[in-house]
Design a binder for this molecule. Structure first.
Ligand SMILES: [Zn+2]
Length: 715
C-alpha cells in the first residue's frame, strides 16, 4: 500500500491533519456519487460502484443538499461511505461532520475533525443540465504560474519550483486550494490502478518502484507561511488540498510557492518516459477548477479526462544541451533545439524554424532561485511563455527530428522519431496538421494561438493539450481529431469527466465531418450508427451525458462518449442543416472561447441560430436512454385516373424516442413530423414505385433498420 506519505510532505511529518494510521474510513471517492438528474435513464446501481479498498465494507450514505444561504448552486457532498470496521460510533461522527461539510469551503473543518480518524474524500458536483431561468455566469479564476524545472536524466526525475498566483474572481469565500497531481495516478494503489483492477487490468498495479510515476511535494508555502498538504482521497494522491489561513473573498489573491519532484511512468499513459524521451503531459501541481459549481476535483481515473483552469505560464526548463523540446507556448529564451534537429529534407519554408517568440511581447523573467546559477556544462535552458491555456505540456527527446511549416502567421512544429522519415517526415505531418487547422477554422473560427506543435509521443493513440498534440501516428484522422480538441477542449474548456460527450463526441463528429467534407468520404456514419445500435441491444443502456466514471465499463464509456456522442452532433447537424450547424459552432466558439463550457452553452448557440427550442433533442439524446425505431408497416399503391400513382404508407413509431422522419417512395420524398404512434402518408409519383423506405439518408440512430424498407404492393 502506498499512502500519501509517499508523496513527500507527510513523510517529513509536516502534516498532522491527515489520517495516517488506521484508515477505517473511506468515503467512496469520485463523481460516481454525484449524478446529474436525468429522466428516463437507468438508475444508478450499487453494483457498478467500485468496491472499497477495505474489507467488510458496507455502503451507507445519502446525498445532501447544500444548506446555508447565498450559494447559487447545489452541492451534494459525499453520498457513500465505506466502512472498514462497521461501528455505529464512527458512523455517528461522520453524520455529525456531514453537517459541517455542506460546502467544499468547509473542507478545512472536516479535515481537522477527522484527523486521526481515517481518510475522507468528498466531492461536490452540479447537475449539468440547468434550468432555463438560470443565466450562465461566465468567470474563470485568475491563475499565473512561474515554473523553473531541472530534468535530471540520471535520476529520471524532474525537480521543480513554482510560484503560483491565484485570484478569486468567482462567488463565495474560498478557504481551501485544491490541486491535481495527476502523475500520481500512474502507480500502484491509485484510484486509477484500483479501478483498472475491477476490469482485470494490472498495468499500474504491477509497476515497480523504478517504473511507476510520481509527483512528490517537497515544500509548500502560502503567502509566506508553510502549508500542510491534505490528501482527501488517500491512498490515491491525485487530489491535494491546502487550507488557507486567510480565506479569499472575491477579488483577493494568494501566492503559493511549491517545490516538487516528479517522474512519468515507463508504462506510458498520456505521459511517459522511455530512455531519454520524456512526455511531460502531467507533471506539476495543477490547480483544480473553481467554477459556478464550486471546486471541481476528481481523482484521475481511466474513464474520464481533465478539466483545467485558464492560466498564464512562464516556464523555464533546464535540460541536457542535446535535448529537442516541443511545448505549449512559445520559446522566449534559449534554444528548443529545432534548428539543430531540422530534417535534411526540410524545405525553404520550414527552415529556419519560426519561433513566434515575440507573440507575447517581452514578458519579464522572474527568478525563483531554483535555477539561480548558470546552466551546468552540457546543459541549456529554454524559457516558454503561454497565455489563456489551461495546461502546459512538453515533450523532450534528443532523437527528435524537426520539421516546421506555416499557415498564415501560425507556426506549425512537428517533432518525429527515428524511423518516421516517410510516415511523418517529408512534410507529411506538417501538411496534415495545416490541413486540419485550415478546415477547423472554417467551422470554429480563427485559431487564436501562435503555434501548433505535433509530436510523436511514446504511447500510441493521441492526446490534446493547448497548442500541442502528442500523437502515436501521423494519420490525418488522428491529427484532425487531436488538433480539433485544441478548439473543443482547449479553447472551449469543458469538464471532460462530467461531459465527455461535449468534447470527445463533438470532436469525433468533427473528425468524421472533415472526412466527409475535406476528403470526400462517403458512408461515413453507417458503421457507427450500426455499431451503437447493436451495442445498445446487448447492454443496459445508459444516457450519454453522465459523468465518465459512471459508465459501467470502459467500452460503455467510449461507445457513449465518443460514438453515440458524435452521432448526437451528426443528427443535430442533419436536423439544422450544415450551414446553420456551422454558424452555431462558430457562435459557440466566439461567445465562449477561453471560458469553461457545458451543454447549456452549446444549446444556447444552436437555438440562437436554429430559432427554435432544441431542449427536447438535447434531453432525449443526452439524458435519456430512449431508443428510436420507425417501422414501415405497409406500403400500398393505386393508379389514378391521370395515370399517376398514389402510394399510402403506414409508419409506426415503436421506440420511446421521436425525430422528424423523411420517407421516400420511388424518387419522391416527404417529411413526417407527427409524434403519433401510427402515421399515414400518401405520396404521389408519376411512375409505379417499386419500393418505399424510411430515413433514406440514414441520418437517424434507430435501434433497428431492418423494418425501414418495403416493396410497394398494388392494391
Ligand atoms: Zn478525443
Amino acid at each position: 500500500m502506498l499512502f500519501p506519505d509517499d508523496t513527500g510532505l507527510l513523510a517529513q511529518g509536516r502534516s498532522t491533519r491527515l489520517p495516517r494510521h488506521t484508515a477505517q474510513w473511506l468515503f467512496e471517492r469520485s463523481f460516481r456519487s454525484c449524478r446529474a438528474p436525468y429522466s428516463g435513464g437507468t438508475a444508478p446501481d450499487s453494483h457498478r460502484l467500485p468496491r472499497c479498498a477495505v474489507p467488510d465494507v458496507r455502503v451507507h450514505g445519502e446525498k445532501r443538499q447544500a444548506e446555508g444561504s447565498g450559494a447559487p448552486w447545489q452541492v451534494w457532498n459525499f453520498s457513500r461511505l465505506c466502512i472498514g470496521e462497521p461501528g455505529a460510533d464512527r458512523g455517528a461522527i461522520l453524520e455529525k461532520n456531514g453537517q459541517m461539510s455542506e460546502r467544499m469551503g468547509r473542507y478545512k473543518m472536516l479535515g481537522r475533525a477527522l484527523a486521526g480518524a481515517g481518510s475522507v474524500v468528498f466531492l461536490s458536483c452540479l447537475p449539468s443540465g440547468r434550468s432555463e431561468a438560470q443565466e450562465r455566469e461566465k468567470f474563470h479564476q485568475g491563475v499565473d504560474y512561474r515554473i523553473e524545472a531541472y530534468l535530471d536524466e540520471g535520476e529520471e526525475t524532474l525537480r521543480a519550483r513554482a510560484r503560483f498566483r491565484y485570484t478569486h474572481r468567482g462567488h463565495g469565500t474560498i478557504d481551501t486550494l485544491f490541486f491535481h497531481q495527476h502523475l500520481n495516478a500512474f502507480r500502484p494503489n491509485s484510484d486509477w490502478a484500483r479501478r483498472d483492477l475491477e476490469f482485470g487490468n494490472r498495468r499500474f498495479t504491477d509497476l515497480g518502484p523504478e517504473d511507476h510515476a510520481f509527483e512528490r511535494l517537497l515544500s509548500v508555502s502560502i503567502d509566506g507561511s508553510p502549508a500542510d498538504a491534505i490528501y482527501p482521497g488517500s491512498p490515491d494522491s491525485t487530489v491535494v488540498a491546502f487550507a488557507l489561513e486567510t480565506p479569499l473573498e472575491q477579488g483577493e489573491s494568494a501566492t503559493v510557492l511549491l517545490d516538487w519532484e516528479s517522474r512519468p511512468s515507463t508504462l506510458p499513459r498520456r505521459q511517459g518516459r522511455r530512455g531519454r524521451h520524456y512526455d511531460f503531459a502531467q507533471w506539476y501541481p495543477r490547480i483544480a477548477v473553481y467554477d459556478e459549481g464550486g471546486w471541481q476535483v476528481q481523482p484521475l481515473m481511466p474513464q474520464g479526462e481533465f478539466y483545467g483552469e485558464f492560466a498564464t505560464y512562464d516556464v523555464t526548463l533546464d535540460v541536457a544541451q542535446d535535448q529537442v523540446i516541443g511545448a505549449t507556448g512559445v520559446p522566449v529564451q534559449g534554444d528548443p533545439g529545432w534548428a539543430g534537429a531540422s530534417s535534411a529534407g526540410a524545405t525553404e519554408e520550414s527552415a529556419p524554424p519560426q519561433l513566434r517568440d515575440d507573440f507575447y511581447g517581452s514578458p519579464p523573467e522572474e527568478s525563483l532561485g531554483l535555477l539561480a546559477m548558470d546552466p551546468e556544462t552540457g546543459r541549456k535552458r529554454v524559457r516558454w511563455h503561454a497565455r489563456d491555456v489551461h495546461h502546459f505540456a512538453w515533450s523532450t527527446n534528443p532523437d527528435y527530428t524537426y520539421e516546421g511549416g506555416r499557415h498564415g502567421d501560425l507556426a506549425i512544429h512537428v517533432l518525429y522519431q527515428p524511423g518516421d522519415e516517410t510516415s511523418w517526415g517529408n512534410r507529411v505531418a506538417v501538411d496534415r496538421t495545416i490541413r486540419a487547422v485550415e478546415w477547423l477554422e472554417t467551422v470554429f473560427g480563427p485559431y487564436p494561438y501562435p503555434q501548433v506543435t505535433n509530436v510523436h509521443r511514446i504511447e500510441g493513440g493521441g492526446t490534446e493539450f493547448p497548442m500541442m498534440v502528442m500523437n502515436g501516428s501521423a494519420s490525418q484522422g488522428l491529427i484532425t481529431h487531436e488538433v480539433g480538441h485544441i478548439y473543443g477542449h482547449g479553447i472551449l474548456a469543458n469538464n471532460e469527466w462530467k461531459d465527455a460527450w461535449l468534447d470527445e463526441g463533438f470532436i469525433s463528429f468533427m473528425t468524421s465531418w472533415f472526412a466527409e467534407e475535406a476528403d470526400g468520404a462517403t458512408r461515413v456514419w453507417e458503421r457507427s450508427l450500426g455499431m451503437v445500435a447493436a451495442f445498445e441491444d446487448r447492454v443496459t443502456p445508459q444516457p450519454v451525458a453522465i459523468p465518465s466514471a459512471d459508465f459501467l465499463d470502459p467500452r460503455s464509456y467510449s461507445t457513449y462518449s465518443y460514438s453515440k456522442g458524435s452521432i448526437f452532433f451528426y443528427m443535430l447537424r442533419e436536423l439544422m442543416g450544415w450551414d446553420d450547424f456551422r454558424r452555431a459552432t462558430r457562435l459557440y466558439f466566439e461567445t465562449n472561447k477561453f471560458e469553461h463550457v457545458n451543454e447549456y452553452d452549446f444549446r444556447v448557440a444552436a437555438e440562437a441560430v436554429y430559432g427554435e427550442d432544441l431542449s427536447w433533442f438535447f434531453h432525449q439524446w443526452l439524458h435519456t436512454t430512449h431508443r428510436l425505431d420507425y417501422e414501415l408497416r405497409s406500403a400500398e399503391t393505386e393508379q389514378q385516373d391521370d395515370g399517376s400513382w398514389i402510394t399510402e404508407l403506414t409508419v409506426a413509431r415503436n421506440g420511446e424516442a421521436w425525430m422528424p422522419l423523411e420517407v421516400q417512395v420511388g424518387s419522391v420524398r416527404a417529411k413526417l413530423d407527427s409524434k403519433d404512434a401510427l402515421q399515414k402518408v400518401s405520396i404521389s409519383t408519376q411512375g409505379k414505385p417499386e419500393s418505399a423506405v424510411l430515413d433514406p439518408d440514414m441520418v437517424l440512430l434507430e435501434s433497428t433498420r431492418e423494418n425501414n424498407r418495403k416493396v410497394v404492393e398494388e392494391r
